[in-house]
Design a protein around this ligand. Structure first.
Ligand code: 5CA
Ligand code: ZN
Length: 406
């Protein structure tokens, strides 16, 4: 799939600051900070993309911004970043929306994906190296399901194909949830724990047999469509290889999605762990609940933009929150971010300033992508006068390179 245009990203090393240390990110599977070193100078990152049945809200934007910052910190450390993101352009929510609105599911997916691209470009989010739709990945998905079958990790149930969690030694290692919590989350998040005939209630669909009135694809598995978790396992393995550095998404994906896609990938490759770090954006709420398409309590990026809000204000407002703690959006945050952006822009246009706070910025971001701390660092620089004539230019480059704010 086509992605979106990349913003220019200055290299601080070219301005005489050298390379930063690789950033440390919070790994959900251990709770610890882990350095993103990559291999042979390359960091491999897979982030779960949108299901395009509605527009991008601020929760989505917070998620893609987090991984944009991870990518910027890795680039600043002199690494190449191979970044893959999917689009779940065939799944139940899309088909349900198509029935509700009388529109073709493909038309909905195309329209909402185009809007997402525009939002990401406006927010200066670095695009993925590969942007891959589930539909275009069907041959890869069929291949992975076939390999899981060959390894005895899949079984048939009335024409559908299921993944057997018992086949994966590492199952449970991403989220470390109790059996009871896994059952509850599975039921809430697209699973079918109560379906009779399954070997384990947590086993998940790999391939769903064609149903009347639903789209399907011919394959050696029979006509059907892919399950959700295997979509991300297949796309990541195909484009990034057997082991990746960062697997990311919102915290609502820890279980079952990341748990099961990792389990499936590990059974296929035989070389756990699938990802060296599982990194999550905590949930953004609004009016007392998680912001979600199904609840309808949404603040859309596109609507704010249409109302004339500077995308850099939206970006700065989102960066004011830690990624590892749930938080709630309040409309007044736009005013706070607007005032901050004006202060920053005025200070960056001064003829001189205090020495550029590049080390402090790098440290804040390298220490678990602590964006509120990074904003504090810039605020402190803005509030200080100085006679270093190169400082405004260097600080502007650092704010652009590391925070994506211009
Ligand atoms: N297509 C799947 C992933 S393979 C999916 O979850 N799509 S989504 O459109 O529902 O969400 C897109 C991304 O935004 C996911 O990473 C999800 O975890 C994240 N996300 C969704 N709602 C929120 C929220 N309220 N706060 C933060 N992140 C969110
Ligand atoms: Zn995914």
């Amino acid at each position: 799939m086509e992605s979106w245009p990349s913003p220019a990203v200055p290299r601080l090393a070219d301005l005489g600051f050298g390379d930063a240390a690789p950033p440390r990110v919070r790994d959900t599977s251990t709770g610890e900070l882990r350095a993103v070193e990559g291999r042979d100078g390359v960091v491999r990152m897979y982030v779960c993309g949108i299901t395009p049945y509605d527009a991008t809200h601020l929760g989505h934007a917070a998620t893609y911004l987090l991984f944009d910052l991870v990518q910027r910190a890795c680039l600043d450390a002199g690494r190449e970043v191979r970044y893959v993101q999917n689009v779940t352009d065939i799944d139940d929510p899309l088909l349900e929306r198509a029935v509700q609105t009388g529109q073709d599911w493909r038309a909905i997916a195309l329209r909402e994906t185009a809007l997402f691209r525009d939002d990401m470009a406006a927010l200066r989010v670095i695009p993925p190296t590969e942007y891959v739709g589930a539909v275009e990945a069907i041959p890869d998905i069929v291949d992975i399901v076939t390999r899981l079958r060959e390894r005895g990790a899949a079984y048939d149930l009335d024409g559908d194909v299921y993944f057997s969690v018992a086949s994966a030694a590492g199952f449970g290692a991403v989220g470390h949830y109790s059996a009871e919590v896994m059952l509850r989350l599975s039921a809430e998040r697209g699973g079918d724990p109560d379906r009779p005939g399954k070997k384990d209630p947590l086993d998940c669909l790999l391939w769903q047999a064609a149903k009347p009135g639903e789209p399907s694809w011919d394959s050696p598995l029979g006509a059907g469509r892919p399950g959700w978790h295997v979509e991300c396992a297949a796309i990541a393995l195909r484009h990034l290889g057997d082991q990746i550095d960062v697997n990311g998404g919102g915290s609502d994906l820890v279980f079952p999605h990341h748990e099961l896609s990792a389990a499936e990938a590990e059974v296929v490759t035989g070389t756990p762990p699938f990802a060296r770090a599982y990194v999550h954006q905590a949930m953004v709420g609004y009016e007392g609940e998680k912001m979600s398409k199904s609840r309808g309590n949404l603040v859309f990026v596109s609507r704010l933009r249409a109302a004339g809000v500077d995308p850099m204000v939206i970006r700065l407002a989102l960066l004011a929150h830690r990624h590892d703690t749930d938080w709630e959006w309040h409309d007044a945050e736009l005013d706070v971010a607007t005032a901050r952006l004006h202060r920053w822009r005025a200070a960056l246009a001064r003829p001189s300033g205090a020495p550029a706070p590049v080390d402090d910025l790098r440290q804040a971001l390298g220490d678990g992508i602590d964006t509120p701390k990074a904003l504090d660092v810039v605020d402190a620089w803005v509030a200080t006068e100085g006679d270093d004539t190169s400082a405004p230019r260097s600080t502007a480059a650092a704010v652009d390179a590391l925070l994506g704010i211009v």
